[in-house]
Write a protein that binds this ligand. Structure first.
Ligand SMILES: Cc1cc2nc3c(=O)[nH]c(=O)nc-3n(C[C@H](O)[C@H](O)[C@H](O)COP(=O)(O)OP(=O)(O)OC[C@H]3O[C@@H](n4cnc5c(N)ncnc54)[C@H](O)[C@@H]3O)c2cc1C
Length: 345
């Protein structure tokens, strides 16, 4: 069988693309290497941009609503910005991603989990994708397989990230009693909402964060690869300072390292039959590393373009995807306050 579309990767970008393409009538196969729910290194902070990007009610996987942000500076000062209206959400990526992948299945996409793609070959009339001992064919392939994208590497669209294009992060969950969480980051006005905490200026070209969920924090730290030789030293300092400031002992669970592209959309996230979306295509905001709403949005655009290509709508091709994605997000991703970026760039 030749699928209309194979989506490699079932994160927010891939699930959204698969769901929309299936809703619009395409035969879609998703190949996802993990079995969901799976842990993903992420703060799980969502700005309100997600409401426009995601055409789904995801209330059931929201952990906390936001009432603002607090910044701690290396000078010892801090500043809190509160807002009267809803400021965003936090989610656990285990639940959020699982929910989105289920929605793709419900829409009619075939989802194969535990299927790690190892090879992708673009031919004249189809693309052949290898996962384990199986090989699959499709008219189009979307690479939604994150910053270490096999699709990008195998098709030559992005063979490696330069050190000044990528931030290295450490992330861990820190289980905590909800009453302690509200004591530390709760809304001063007494609602159940929380502030996101950012720690700025403690390390070059990066920052640390503490984002609260219902029963845990996500602690993280990230910096441009070229800026920091030992992220672990800063990580330990950050955890210790959080413990001392708040009079708590932090138990770090599932500590892991991960990368975030921080240079905006890559030069050419498409070829004749391939489109790269989400982190695979560099759809991440350069100052904060925020990527989820952009992953979702790029997935939607790629799905719409795939539908038109399959329907042979005149003048629509994979470059249409790039043009639409660039017009909608390109400029927004490169910010005037390049926290992760090298000042000399
Ligand atoms: C530490 C950290 C903290 C972050 N915090 C935030 C935050 O608070 N808010 C925010 O908006 N963004 C945050 N981001 C960025 C955000 O996580 C990404 O932008 C987002 O996950 C991108 O979604 P995606 O679907 O493109 O990729 P991913 O979420 O990485 O999903 C890719 C999927 O592809 C699968 N896959 C990979 N390789 C293969 C293969 N060969 N075959 C089959 N499947 C494969 C993976 O298992 C995964 O499920 C953070 C990133 C990091 C690293």
């Amino acid at each position: 069988m030749v699928y209309d579309l194979i989506v490699v990767g079932g994160g927010p970008a891939g699930s959204t693309c698969a769901r929309r393409a299936a809703q619009l009538g395409l035969e879609v196969l998703v190949l996802e290497k993990e079995k969901h729910p799976r842990r993903k290194a992420c703060g799980g902070g969502l700005t309100l941009r997600i409401n426009d990007a995601l055409d789904l009610d995801f209330t059931q996987v929201v952990e906390r609503e936001l009432c603002g942000q607090r910044f701690y500076y290396s000078s010892g000062k801090s500043k809190t910005y509160l807002q009267p209206d809803l400021g965003g959400y936090t989610v656990r990526r285990e639940d959020f991603d699982h929910f989105l992948l289920q929605k793709a299945t419900e829409a009619g996409a075939t989802v194969q989990q535990g299927a790690r793609v190892t090879d992708v070959t673009e031919e004249l009339n189809q693309v052949v994708v290898v996962a384990g001992k199986e090989s699959y064919s499709a008219k189009l392939v979307v690479g939604a397989d994150g910053p270490n994208s096999t699709v990008a590497r195998k098709t030559g669209l992005k063979t490696r990230w330069d050190d000044n294009e990528i931030a290295l992060c450490i992330e861990a969950a820190v289980p905590m009693d909800p009453s302690e969480i509200l004591r530390i980051v709760g809304d001063p006005a007494g609602s159940e909402r929380i502030t996101l905490e950012f720690y700025i200026g403690f390390l070059p070209k990066g920052y640390a964060w503490a984002f609260a969920k219902k029963n845990e924090f996500s602690f993280g730290i990230g910096a441009l690869v070229t800026a920091v030789s030992s992220l672990k030293v800063y990580w330990r300092k950050f955890v210790t300072s959080f413990e001392e400031r708040n009079g708590v002992k932090c138990n770090l669970v599932g500590q892991t390292a991960a990368r975030i592209p921080v240079r905006g959309i890559i030069e050419k996230p498409y070829s004749n039959r391939i489109m790269l979306i989400g982190d695979a295509g560099g759809f991440v905001k350069s100052n904060t590393g925020e990527g989820i709403p952009y992953a979702v949005e790029s997935g939607k655009i790629a799905a719409d373009v795939a539908v038109d290509i399959i329907a042979e709508v005149p003048k629509v091709n994979t470059m249409t995807y790039f043009n639409r994605a660039w017009n909608s997000m390109g400029q927004d991703l490169i910010t005037p306050h390049p926290l992760f970026l090298d000042e000399s760039q």
